[in-house]
Design a protein around this ligand. Structure first.
Ligand code: DOR
Length: 416
């Protein structure tokens, strides 16, 4: 038995004790004795966060991240479960890779891994992967993320096949031909900087196409990392018509804009790109009115050397799974409220995946996180567990830091 003393429930100031046994919540404020006692230091217990979109880079790109570093970073960020993206080397398009990833991750005792598999073989967009076998091996989602599903018929077949298996397809919705070689949002800033732009229309056009495919197939479609006001409007309108479409937004698109590229720093280079303040405001409105279904990070680690390259050459991606929750709490507790932020990072992703909604009552799986909603800390990337020890928010003061993450009743992270 494990007990955690001096913790609060969200919205309460009362200090309580939470008991955990055999991977499940045994109850609150019991008279039982425990072999292990931890001090929650007055923090607030929330369900462990669920990440539907992270790049952990294993197999094959482990100089950027690996399961051990990525899942440790996730646990430090308060995540209990992570869906990993399949754009690795080789691509996760074979059941044996899915099995190997799960087996390895299970042995680490960190955040739990739930791999996504590629929708098409090699993420080529040309031939469907063996979706049923991938599901049997443990894949929980299909996506060619990082690639853009240019072949509409292939997406149609993939959506229908995945739907029949009861799994979600998520799409990186950008028209590759419109995006072309754009390295940032197309607009006055890209023009001023003389950098190739990626127009908002690249996302909107692709979201419009994919919504039509979801509408006529009736198969569930999830749009990843939505970044523009226009694409959000399309999702809002489609939902009103009953189209089975859902979407996620990422904290980086809510908190940064294309103005950051004036630094010419590739830390801010990400796909889809950082947009305008009007887009960020629209995404926030989408969170408030329920058009946006959940938050995800698109944690996309690259080496420092890669991100120090010229803006035209550097890879796309921002890595920040360790600070996504504090970033959201610090910037949006006033507008969204902590409870809604927690919901968007726990129950909401669970619902999308058809998983049991996490809760903290007796008998529930012991997946929870203690967060300190008050103490401010400066972001110091040198302390990151991720191999990507660089981030746009270095040096910023944030509050809402996770201090303890418990996954399946085991301590996966404890802040010193
Ligand atoms: O910025 C991004 N980086 N967007 C993606 O879709 C892929 C990701 C990566 O794999 O680095």
């Amino acid at each position: 038995m494990l007990k955690i003393e001096n913790v609060k429930r969200l919205g309460s100031e009362q200090l309580e004790t939470l008991f955990v046994e055999n991977g499940y919540i045994k109850g609150w404020n019991l008279n039982d004795t425990a072999e292990q006692t931890l001090d929650g230091r007055g923090g607030t217990v929330i369900p462990a966060l669920i990440e539907l979109h992270a790049h952990l880079r294993e197999p094959g790109q482990t100089e950027k991240e690996d399961l051990a570093s990525g899942l440790a970073a996730a646990a430090a960020g308060g995540y209990g479960t992570v869906v990993s993206m399949p754009n690795t080397s080789p691509v996760v398009d074979d059941p044996s890779i899915v099995r190997a990833l799960i087996e390895k991750a299970d042995g680490l005792g960190l955040a739990r891994l739930r791999p996504a598999a590629a929708l098409t073989k090699g993420q080529s967009g040309k031939e469907l992967a063996e979706l049923a076998l991938l599901k049997d091996a443990g894949a929980v989602m299909f996506t060619d993320d990082g690639r853009t599903n240019e072949d509409a018929r292939m997406l149609r077949l993939g959506l229908e096949y995945a739907h029949s298996l009861g799994l979600m397809v998520s799409v990186h919705a950008e028209d590759a031909t419109l995006r072309a070689d754009g390295v940032m949002n197309e607009g006055p800033v890209s023009e001023a900087l003389g950098l190739p732009g990626n127009p908002a229309a690249a996302e909107a056009a692709r979201v419009a196409r994919d919504i039509e495919i979801a509408a006529f197939t009736g198969a569930r479609l999830h749009v990843q990392h939505l970044s523009t006001a226009r694409a959000l409007d399309l999702v809002r309108e489609a939902k009103k018509r009953g189209v089975p479409v859902t979407c996620e937004v990422c904290p980086h698109h809510l908190t940064l804009t294309d103005e950051a590229l004036r630094s010419f720093d590739a830390l801010y280079k990400v796909a889809p790109p950082l947009r305008t303040q009007a887009d960020a405001d629209a995404l926030l409105a989408g969170l408030l009115d329920g058009t946006v279904d959940c938050l995800s990070t698109d944690h996309a680690p690259h080496t420092r050397a890669e991100k120090e390259r010229d803006l035209l050459e550097a890879p796309f991606g921002i890595a920040y799974i360790e600070l996504a929750f504090p970033l959201m709490v610090t910037r949006f507790a006033d507008t969204l409220g902590v409870e809604r932020i927690v919901n968007l990072m726990t129950s909401a992703p669970a619902r999308l995946m058809g998983w049991d909604e996490p809760n903290l009552t007796e008998g529930a799986p012991a997946d929870f996180t203690v967060v300190d909603l008050d103490t401010e800390r400066v972001v110091d990337p040198s302390t990151f567990k991720s191999k990507a020890k660089h981030t746009p928010w270095a040096g910023e003061t944030l509050r809402g830091w996770p201090t303890l993450t418990v996954v399946g009743g085991r301590v996966a992270f404890e802040r010193a």
